[in-house]
Design a protein around this ligand. Structure first.
Ligand code: GDP
Length: 443
């Protein structure tokens, strides 16, 4: 995941600074320049990055800091604070209330993931006890209604649309009216997209908004659009009153920095991110835990939730114990890889641990490499997989494993080295206890 790479680079820049004996302008500039480069390469808009650099320099005025000050800490906090500021417009998005009808309208370009996200949003709220309904006012894309119908049926959510009516405003109004009468408290209107921003799209959006008077307009943006994010988000904001952003496809290889730009352009918070095509691959987005995770500081509040959600109750204690012992066996690495390959929950769980998030994938993130390492591990004994002692792997064992797995010795060595690095990250967690408050920022 490329955002993890961005986090890794920022963390690296901060660590580099920890290694220098005196923190002067030069050390600070080097650190900030590295962060700037990383952000720009992740598609955060230039203006934002420049502003962040200026702000940090204003906060960290090295000349005024007396000798006793912990300059590193102040710089780290300033970086953390500025990253949060970029993602936090300072006002929360409208939150629908149960038993009181709210209309939420989705807008975005075609292919951004609007229709998929509408259902995810409805499904998420349904699980929380709301009574959602979906209205397909996308008359532009052939097949849009079928897609929404299919998704809605799967999630058992009522829907409304038409195969024959071509006026999106009419459908939207009829749908909203019907579901208000049926006492739905969250009426979601999916609107048309276009392949590119064009006047007709914005005009249609304005008309649907005017007729349905949404309580919230959500702009859906594909995380892979790169530097275009800022302009696209701004164009939508200028046409309708965007009040929140959802970024999709955060599971792919998108750079994701566009998310930061979209917040700045719309002055609206990101409320969810899409992390896959499935209905439940949808995560609430909170700024501080996100930045904590980005910088490898861990998202401990998310960890508790996730642990309860994905790990069967009888195994939770065992996992926590392993984590707190800082013991990371090869079997855990095997499970982790399996989970990465299927984008499973274990991967999400580990990524919330402090000190672990930056990179849990082998160098280059290639799937082929993961599969190769798993093949090598398939030729190990159970004792080897369950231990964390690399000393057991002497020359003859390594050769046997290579032969058994049909790989060469160098590849076995490479796999063991990868394990050593991962285990080292886990060893940082020795004595780790689950805090009540997940916010690590003030430590
Ligand atoms: P729309 O034209 O904006 O309504 O986009 P769709 O909802 O039809 O989505 C376009 C494609 O993106 C579909 O193939 C979706 O399955 C896919 N998609 C949507 N959200 C995500 C996501 O978070 N991750 C991934 N990997 N694919 C997604």
């Amino acid at each position: 995941m490329v955002l993890a790479e961005l986090g890794g680079r920022i963390t690296h820049a901060i660590h580099q600074m920890r290694n220098v004996t005196i923190i002067d302008e030069k050390a600070l500039n080097e650190c900030l320049n590295e962060i700037t480069r990383a952000l720009l390469q992740s598609d955060v808009s230039f203006a934002l990055v420049k502003e962040m650099q200026t702000n940090i320099k204003k906060i960290v005025n090295l000349q005024d800091l007396a000798a006793g000050h912990n300059k590193r800490r102040i710089i780290e906090q300033a970086i953390f604070g500025e990253l949060c500021k970029m993602l936090d417009p300072g006002k929360p998005a409208f939150a629908p209330k149960k038993a009181k009808p709210s209309v939420v309208m989705f807008v975005g370009l075609q292919g951004a993931g609007k229709t998929t996200t509408c259902t995810k949003y409805a499904y998420y709220h349904q699980k929380k006890g709301y009574k959602p309904a979906l209205v397909c006012a996308d008359t532009f894309r052939a097949g849009a209604f079928d897609q929404l119908k299919q998704n809605a049926t799967k999630a058992k959510i009522p829907f409304y649309g038409s195969y024959t009516e071509s006026d999106p405003v009419k459908i939207a109004v009829e749908g909203v009216d019907r579901f208000k009468k049926e006492n739905c408290d969250l009426i979601i209107v999916d609107t048309s997209g276009r392949h590119k921003q064009e006047a007709s799209l914005f005009e249609e959006m304005r008309q649907v908004a005017e007729a349905t008077k949404p309580d919230l307009v959500i702009f859906v943006m594909d995380s892979s659009i790169g530097q275009a994010a800022f302009d696209q988000a701004q164009a939508f904001k200028q046409s309708v009153a965007v009040g929140a952003v959802i970024i999709t496809k955060m599971d792919g290889h998108a750079k994701g920095g566009g998310a930061l730009s979209a917040v700045a352009a719309t002055k609206s918070p990101v409320i969810f991110i899409g992390t896959g095509e499935h209905m439940d691959q949808f995560e609430v987005f909170d700024v501080k835990p996100f930045v904590n995770r980005l910088l490898g500081m861990g998202d401990l509040s998310g960890l508790v939730d996730k642990l309860q959600e994905v790990v069967p109750k009888d195994q939770q204690a065992e996992i926590m114990e392993k984590i707190s012992k800082g013991n990371f066996s090869m079997r855990m690495m095997y499970d982790q890889y399996q989970s990465v390959l299927s984008s499973g929950p274990l991967n999400q769980l580990y990524s919330m641990l402090p000190g672990v998030s930056a990179q849990m994938m082998p160098e280059g993130e290639s799937e082929a490499k993961i599969k190769l390492y798993m093949t090598v591990m398939d030729s190990m004994t159970n004792e080897e997989l369950d231990s964390s002692n690399l000393k057991a792997f002497n020359e003859s064992r390594i050769m046997r494993i290579a032969r058994g797995s049909g790989r060469i010795v160098r590849e076995v060595m490479e796999m063991l080295e990868e394990y050593r690095k991962m285990a080292k990250r886990f060893s940082n967690l020795k004595g780790f206890k689950m805090p009540k408050n997940g916010d690590m920022s003030s430590n």
